[in-house]
Design a protein around this ligand. Structure first.
Ligand SMILES: [Zn+2]
Length: 433
């Protein structure tokens, strides 16, 4: 495949990604001015060729490229969010090279058919919610879910703001009214899971077997403590169900602004202040975003059409938490949602819902029901062993529905193939037995 033909990596993300190479590591140095929403950046990318590469494409939206340097960097063009770089000599498959991109400008969300995503100003701060195609709004990247990388992010902002990102905070330097925050993410993750959150937040440490922290507006501390009181218990429970928590730490950011939906990123989740309550809707979403650390962040789909491998599993985790926390059982939740879905007109199969429906509620619920059908067929012990093996085997990697079925078969559950066929690949809603 050649970048010259405009081939992109995922048909659900047209205009993103280049399948000819992957990025092993992103080293990002950013400087951000909140008052003007202006960003200056220098990104050093360690690139590994997957096929003979003489030119390659990076995604970078709305920002201006100042220069591109590197041992093999040649001329570049930047049009329509695609930064094409010619190399002075070919990079062979398996060989690495580095490219340094210096850029600046006013970051803007990346528009796509699912909705705008990426770097966005809050009333007083910044949120970066990149799923599925928002990463190019703040750094040059190979924007595809199956190119997993490690990251170092250093970002300088005014002193009175807290900066939160995924991974370990490795350095903090204050100089002349400005602070440089450095985070290192050593667990490989997809570009859409890279994030930075900037706000006037207090940092709160929570009890837990992995480092748990929260960034919360000072006036909302008490509401946060009440709303998130069960989060440490959720983490222990999911660790028993799915295996050890897959990242070094977990952070929660609560924005002072209300947000339409919460969102997961690598090792952290972002919630709007409207979810600071004890309602089931708030609690299920707190559980949902945490579960994504296993399903979506550690084990990531290869192509977006397999979105049920993220959302179905996270939604089922809500039902598991419902049962664990003394609410309706997972079976009762499943039957309730099955009854509602009975009236839904399915125009597409769950396994290929189409770009316009990829984050529709039916995808979440039918995905969760698929798991419940599998659980009922193979029993609790085998079901949770299947989930734990799934995570253990593919942690840090990418997966397909076919690989899930193959694993079930390997573990002695050949009947899972027919269940997945009916629930995932055929359109009518199967009966829930
Ligand atoms: Zn989700």
């Amino acid at each position: 495949m050649s970048v010259a033909t405009g081939v992109t990596a995922d048909p659900y993300l047209p205009g993103h990604g280049d399948p000819s190479y992957t990025v092993r590591h992103y080293d990002l140095d950013l400087d951000y001015a909140l008052e003007s929403n202006s960003l200056k950046g220098r990104a050093v990318l360690t690139i590994e060729a997957l096929e003979p590469v003489r030119q390659l494409t990076l995604d970078l939206h709305a920002l201006n490229v100042v220069k591109v340097t590197g041992p093999k960097a040649g001329r570049h063009t930047h049009r329509g969010g695609r930064l094409n770089i010619r190399l002075t000599e070919e990079v062979s498959p398996g060989e690495t090279t580095t490219l340094t991109v210096t850029y600046r400008g006013v970051p803007r969300t990346v528009p796509d058919k699912i909705g705008d995503a990426g770097w966005e100003e809050l009333t007083d701060g910044v949120i970066v919610a990149s799923q599925p195609g928002g990463a190019p709004s703040w750094f040059p990247c190979n924007d595809r879910p199956d190119a997993k990388s490690t990251y170092r992010l250093a970002i300088t902002v005014a002193n009175d703001y807290l900066v939160v990102a995924g991974g370990e905070r490795t350095d903090l330097r204050r100089r002349a009214g400005r602070t440089t925050w450095t985070y290192e993410q050593r667990n490989p993750m997809a570009t859409y899971l890279a994030t930075v959150q900037i706000g006037r937040y207090d940092e709160i440490a929570l009890p837990g077997s992995v480092p748990l922290t929260a960034a919360v507006p000072p006036a909302r501390r008490a509401a946060f403590q009440a709303a998130f009181a069960d989060q440490p218990a959720m983490l222990e429970f999911f660790s028993r169900c799915f295996g050890p928590y897959p990242f070094d730490s977990y952070r929660v950011v609560v924005t002072d602004d209300a947000l339409e939906i919460p969102l997961e990123a690598g090792g952290l989740s972002i919630f709007g202040s409207n979810l600071l309550n004890r309602s089931w809707d708030a609690q299920r979403l707190i559980a949902h975003e945490l579960a994504h650390q296993w399903f979506g962040n550690a084990v990531t789909l290869r192509r977006l059409h397999d979105i049920w491998l993220h959302e179905g599993f996270a939604c089922y985790s809500e039902w598991l938490w419902s049962e664990e926390s003394g609410g309706p059982s997972a079976d009762a939740r499943a039957r309730e949602h099955w009854s509602r879905l009975r009236h839904h007109r399915f125009s597409r199969a769950l396994g290929d819902p189409g770009i316009a429906q990829v984050f529709d509620d039916w995808v979440y619920k039918r995905g969760a029901l698929t798991l419940h059908a599998i659980r009922r067929a193979i029993g609790d012990e085998s079901f949770f062993a299947l989930l734990r093996t799934w995570i253990d085997r593919h942690r840090g990697g990418n997966v397909t529905t076919g690989e899930f079925v193959a694993l079930a078969d390997e573990l002695g559950h050949p009947q899972v193939a027919a269940i997945v066929d009916a629930w995932v690949y055929e359109t009518p809603l199967p009966a829930l037995v």
